[in-house]
Design a protein around this ligand. Structure first.
Ligand code: GLU
Length: 436
């Protein structure tokens, strides 16, 4: 399917790729993919003092990480370039001349002003309906230093790039009457607008700012979030499929997404929900993919994960996957599988000591171990037998063993864990714990 729909994401490279900007990019991308239209990336870098190459990289990498590929723009080109406003000065100058000629622009105190019509303007907004606003005062379109102002370049570019739908944050709604005036002054039809709701921080009524924790895309990259999970969560900030489902494959979101069903009310950012969703994505990864992601995470840690070979690593990962809350905790979660040199959590140890006689249980466990077949079922049966014979709960064996072989009280299922470690290693660890 292809269509004439042309949308754009127009970030100013200010040094950060904020979650709010990512959501704006995402809604543009979704709409382009839903309609078979074109997703344009335009860099609004007229504010040269702040902009730089490195800041641009932050945005491009962030978009790529989220899988939001652009059809026209930096690196891919297109018929309507250049896609950097800093390279479009001639176009802006030429358009200023048009306004001068038709009497809509005049000079005052070194700056160039746009002459407003004095008429109320109707903004056709797909989300908010018609919004009527009137610009009372003429406004600056070129500063006295000769640089063009945001409203002017934004409209000229949307016009020249044949943008059909302007999808952007609601904070721009108040600018839009200026923009509509400018489109009309050029004799051009204005695009349809879709001002998407603001993102509020998790607590209070304030808008999320770059200083809030979890506000930058790079925070999630650094914490090894699954990009598809972040993208899925961002889809729900201002939009929801009708049946209340939350975790959806992107293909399904693309087919369901449409502008009229974007919410008018502000969305609230919920870091916990995002983390929860990420955990679901981690659990759902096919084992091969999970191993691949895990290798990348472990390579950046000091866990000697290659020490026991590929098969062992796969076994460890396969029993830990469903218990993880995110890849960030993986190195700590699996560290003891790769070294005997781990610490015993003193708090966990004290707590367990109060409940049961750890040494007694471990000694009982060691006693007839040589005849036990060391598969999950074999271990389970053996513990069951011990518990019946010695009149203590299976839990006492399970907790004592877990502490002795891993140093802590949480981890993957015990039987699977013992099996993966292997009988010899389990014996060695119990002996180390008992100092025998
Ligand atoms: N550069 C503007 C911004 O980052 C673009 C606004 C728009 O999408 O029109 O807010």
């Amino acid at each position: 399917m292809s269509s004439d729909v042309r949308v754009r994401f127009a970030p100013s490279p200010t040094g950060f790729f904020h979650i709010g900007s990512a959501r704006t990019a995402l809604f543009n991308w979704l709409y382009a993919r839903h309609t078979g239209g074109t997703f344009v990336l335009r860099i609004e870098d007229t504010d040269r003092a702040r902009d730089s190459e490195e800041f641009l990289t932050v945005i491009l990498d962030g978009l790529r990480w989220l899988g939001l590929n652009w059809d026209e723009g930096p690196e891919v080109g297109g018929d309507y370039g250049p896609y950097f406003q800093s390279q479009r000065s001639d176009i802006y100058r030429a358009h200023l001349e048009i306004l001068r000629k038709n009497g809509k622009a005049y000079d005052k105190d070194g700056a160039v002003y746009f002459k407003v019509s004095g008429e109320p303007q109707t903004i056709h907004d797909v989300i908010h309906g018609d919004v009527i606003r009137k610009e009372e005062k003429d406004f600056v379109i070129f500063r006295s230093d000769g640089s063009p102002v945001f409203h002017f370049v934004n409209v000229v570019d949307d016009m020249m790039m044949k943008i059909t739908h302007v999808i952007r944050g609601e904070d721009h709604l108040s600018n839009t009457s200026k923009h509509v005036e400018l489109f009309h002054a050029f004799g051009a039809p204005e695009p349809l607008f879709a001002h998407i709701p603001l993102i509020l921080k998790s607590q209070g009524s304030g808008k999320m700012s770059k200083r809030d924790t979890g506000a930058l895309v790079e925070d999630y990259v650094k914490q090894f979030f699954i990009p598809e999970a972040v993208r899925n969560y961002l889809c729900l900030l201002g939009w929801a499929p009708k049946n209340d489902r939350e975790i959806l494959p992107i293909e399904e979101i693309i087919s369901l997404f449409d502008l009229p069903n974007v919410n008018k009310t502000n969305a609230r950012f919920d870091e916990k929900k995002m983390a929860f969703m990420n955990a679901e994505y981690v659990r759902a990864l096919p084992l091969d993919d999970f191993v691949m992601c895990s290798r990348r995470v472990l390579a950046q840690s000091d866990v000697p994960f290659e020490s026991h070979g590929e098969e062992y690593l796969r076994s460890v990962l396969s029993i830990c996957q469903e218990k993880l809350r995110g890849l960030k905790e993986l190195p700590h979660f699996v560290s003891y599988f790769f070294t005997q040199n781990f610490e015993y959590d003193q708090k966990d140890l004290e707590k367990l000591r109060k409940k049961c006689d750890i040494s007694a249980r471990l000694n009982e466990f060691l006693k007839n171990l040589s005849s036990v077949s060391f598969g999950e079922a074999g271990i389970e049966n053996y513990i069951h037998e011990l518990s019946t014979t010695n009149q203590v709960t299976s839990g006492d064996y399970i907790h004592s063993l877990r502490l002795a072989v891993s140093g802590r009280s949480v981890g993957p299922g015990l039987y699977a864990m013992l099996k993966v470690l292997g009988k010899e290693e389990v014996i060695a660890r119990i002996k180390r714990f008992l100092h025998i």
